[in-house]
Design a protein around this ligand. Structure first.
Ligand code: ADP
Length: 453
């Protein structure tokens, strides 16, 4: 409109508006970068809060309260500084726009004066153009606010998309449907595996075979690959080489959902989502009735404890509920797995907190479920009760067979057995350090024998 009224005066806007436009583009890029920094720092701060809330007892036990307090303070101060710095850019926008527009208006007044004197413009035209200039300034001001909000939103959405676009393992997208029942025959042929395709193989050339409904113990030092082996059977990962067969068919011929529904997996770290004991135990089997839940609790040797609680199955566990002991929580996770009546039961060191008698009762009760049971354990008292024992060493099978076979064949197994008997561990709670010590000792003895030879 300014150009329609008088182009000789409106020409001033050709200088001010492009400068403003360039300024706004620069602002968008710069503010986007700054707000991305703010979001990242917010992540750091949230991470610290989350860590400290979940590990509050650890922080207290290690007397790290002051240290953690200072860590939080530093992160919070950085967030404050970054936010203040970013908002300074927001605050400076409006004054810069007004300054440039007012310089433009002075230009319009000056050019208007010259053109009125030469008879090329009227006073009314100059007033109209000044009016359009101020309106343009206001519009650009609002536009700059939108740009600032957009750059903040973009910084946030970039972070969200980083998560949404993270690569999902292809096999997790399995949409096939089938209700083929699994009997529980497991075979691994020459299986090797490394995390994230790194060159360090965690499992190497694993060949094993578990009969349906049999019980197998996996024994080995920390880091020997026991958990990884369990996760491969649960199909949480795919092997790099070799093949896993379930009931003589390759594991990937089963639709993932159908396969996992028939697996009872009890991971090493006890994770119970909050809710009532009924909710927690029926997590993988939503339609289970109280009778089925009671049966699973009985098998997991925790029924008496649960009915002894004032509210029984309705007892709330989790942050606000009763505080169950480690062993009790462990047994609830076993009940959760058993409730699904799995064809394959995987217990990853899930009986470590149980005394020998309870553990034996548990193993007996599991037998009645008729599933192939694979247990990671450190206790020879457990391996003795199993049909087959696999001794893993550094990602490879060192020996496999029955307890008696391994006693005859494997020096390491014999050492472990003797160490636990010497210490009377079969009748007590055990942890893995004696095994580790023994394994290390056997290896160093062998090395020194070789060296002396
Ligand atoms: P175990 O259960 O016998 O203690 P794991 O199967 O947990 O052993 O681990 C075997 C090896 O794999 C270890 O060296 C460990 O550091 C590595 N590892 C385990 N989980 C991961 C993971 N998610 N990413 C990368 N490496 C891992």
């Amino acid at each position: 409109m300014a150009f329609v009224i008088n182009w000789r005066i409106a020409i001033v806007l050709l200088v001010t508006v492009p400068i403003l436009f360039v300024f706004l583009v620069w602002l968008f890029v710069r503010a986007g970068r700054l707000f991305r920094g703010v979001q990242k720092q917010l992540d750091v701060l949230n991470g610290i809060v989350h860590e400290n809330l979940t590990a509050v007892r650890l922080v207290k036990a290690f007397v790290r309260r002051k240290f953690e307090g200072e860590r939080f303070q530093r992160a919070a101060e950085q967030l404050r500084d970054r936010t203040t710095f970013a908002f300074r850019y927001v605050e400076v926008t409006m004054p810069v726009i007004l300054l440039l527009m007012n310089i433009g208006i002075i230009g319009v007044l000056w050019l208007g004066n010259v053109n009125i004197n030469t008879g090329n413009a009227t006073t009314g035209e100059v007033v109209a153009i000044i009016n359009y200039s101020t309106r343009t300034a206001m519009a650009l001001g609002v536009f700059s606010m939108i740009i600032m909000n957009l750059s903040r939103a973009k910084a946030s959405s970039d972070r969200i998309f980083e998560v949404l676009e993270s690569k999902v393992d292809e096999f997790e997208n399995d949409k096939r449907v089938d209700d083929k029942a699994i009997v529980g025959d497991i075979r691994m042929a020459n299986v090797s595996f490394s995390y994230n395709s790194s060159p360090n193989q965690v499992l190497r050339n694993i060949d094993l075979s578990f009969e349906p409904k049999s019980s197998v113990a996996i024994l080995g030092a920390t880091g020997s690959g026991k958990t990884t082996l369990m996760q491969l059977i649960a199909r949480l990962y795919e092997p790099d080489d070799g093949q896993i067969y379930i009931d003589q068919s390759s594991i990937d011929t089963y639709p993932l959902k159908n396969y996992r529904e028939q697996i009872g997996y009890v991971p090493q770290a006890v994770t119970l989502l909050s809710g009532t004991i009924r909710d927690v135990v029926s997590f993988g089997h939503k339609h289970a009735d109280d009778e089925q839940i009671a049966k699973a609790l009985q098998a997991a040797q925790i029924y008496e404890t649960v009915i002894g609680l004032p509210e029984g199955l309705d007892t709330l566990i989790g942050q606000r509920g009763v505080n169950l002991s480690g062993g009790q929580k462990q047994r609830l996770t076993i009940a959760r797995a058993l409730l699904r009546k799995p064809s394959i039961l995987l217990l990853d060191d899930s009986t470590s907190a149980l005394d020998a008698t309870t553990e034996m009762n548990l193993l007996k009760a599991i037998e009645a479920y008729g599933c192939t049971t694979v247990i990671v354990t450190q206790k020879v008292s457990t391996t003795k009760a199993m049909d087959q024992v696999i001794l893993l060493n550094n990602g490879e099978i060192e020996s496999s067979g029955t307890h008696e076979d391994l006693l005859n064949r494997s020096a390491i197994y014999r050492e472990i057995y003797e160490s636990q008997h010497e210490r009377g561990i079969p009748n007590e709670k055990s942890n893995e350090s004696p095994i580790l010590l023994r394994l290390e000792k056997v290896k160093s003895d062998a090395r020194s024998k070789q060296a002396s030879r």
